[in-house]
Design a protein. Structure first.
Ligand code: COA
Ligand code: ZN
Length: 298
């Protein structure tokens, strides 16, 4: 039996939020349209945060309003506070992804919150999302390490996942925001989070900052996490993480998984074409390996 792995495309949000290029709303919409053509069924299409903090996401409401919606495709709005959740719901997001934070120092810089504050804010926001009838997921940022505070105790991440479960969150993403995880720490953290929050579905989010991204995906799948975030072209990074680099590239993840016999439902050649298009509109090379090497067998 072929095992399915679902990929959440985060290029239009995590990918573009820190890119030096300033895409227009219509270019962002073309990116989203191309990703829909690739078969993407869930994508983070924008975030609803302070435009002063992340200017590249200031036009997310216009982006959501312009998306040519397709049956069965969910466009996720990212939010970090109540104002963001309300804006995302009003903009027509199909799902809300709320960001909790595992590190104190990064939390203050990224969102003006401690880990505890982010869990309290989520508890306050969850009923709004549920009343709107939308699915709610939560990402735990810097789950493997904080760029300022260093290592994060696994129990802190587990405790946040437990708070998310109590708030009625259906899916929790363990996010390696600064790309410091290794495959063994991925398996250990997944096991730990399952002890604290046995009822939530797990998702994994990796940045390839130290070349461990795809190995971490393999480890997450071995640990039976079957929803993976990835960004077309491998673009992205957090503006509040020094030396941040991109997410693992969607086409690289799809190639690895499909070579190994997994099914993703995504069209690899269209993803490569989209990464190629991205290089043209961003006007710089993107990290994707498949864009350089092509698929095999061709
Ligand atoms: N959307 C738009 N504006 C927002 C907002 C939101 N979700 N939340 C707050 N603001 C505005 C307030 O209205 C206020 O505006 P004003 O100065 O014109 O009065 C200002 O931002 C400050 O509000 P405050 O509640 O004090 O927020 P803050 O300054 O503590 O910032 C966040 C909190 C979360 C809004 C901010 O840190 C942020 O946007 N961070 C984004 C981080 C991010 O996206 N990282 C990458 C993804 S993880
Ligand atoms: Zn990220």
């Amino acid at each position: 039996m072929t095992k399915r792995v679902d990929i959440v495309e985060v290029g239009p949000r995590d990918g573009l939020q820190n890119d030096p290029a300033d895409l227009s709303v219509s270019q962002k919409l073309e990116f989203i349209e191309r990703l829909q053509d690739c078969g993407v069924k869930r994508m983070e299409s924008g975030s609803f945060v302070s435009p002063k903090a992340v200017p590249k996401m200031a036009e997310s409401a216009e982006v959501f309003a312009g998306i040519a919606r397709r049956e069965g495709v969910r466009h996720i709005g990212l939010a970090l506070n109540e104002k963001g959740v309300r804006r995302a719901i009003d903009a027509g997001a199909d799902e809300i992804n709320f960001v909790m934070v595992a590190g104190e120092a990064f939390g203050q810089r990224n969102q003006g919150m401690s880990p505890q504050d982010s869990a309290d804010e989520l508890a306050q926001c969850a009923p709004l999302v549920h009343q709107a009838g939308l699915p709610l997921s939560a990402s735990i940022a810097v789950a493997f390490g904080d760029p300022y505070d260093g290592l994060i105790a696994k129990g802190v991440v587990g405790g946040l996942a437990a708070r998310a479960q109590r708030a009625g969150v259906a899916e929790v993403a363990i996010a390696d925001t600064i790309g410091v995880a290794d495959p063994w720490s991925v398996e250990a953290l997944v096991d730990e989070v399952r002890l604290y929050a046995p009822d939530v579905y797990l998702r994994a989010h990796f940045h390839d900052t130290r070349n461990t991204g795809l190995a971490n995906v393999a480890a997450a799948i071995r640990a039976e996490v079957d929803v993976i975030d990835a960004s077309c072209g491998g673009i992205g990074g957090c503006p509040f993480a020094p030396k941040a680099t991109g997410n693992i590239a969607t086409e690289d993840v799809v190639y690895m998984l499909e070579r190994a016999g997994f099914e993703t439902g995504l069209d690899l050649s269209k993803l490569i074409e989209t990464a190629c298009w991205l290089e043209r509109v961003l006007k710089h090379p993107v990290p994707s390996a498949l864009l350089k090497a092509g698929a095999f067998p061709s």
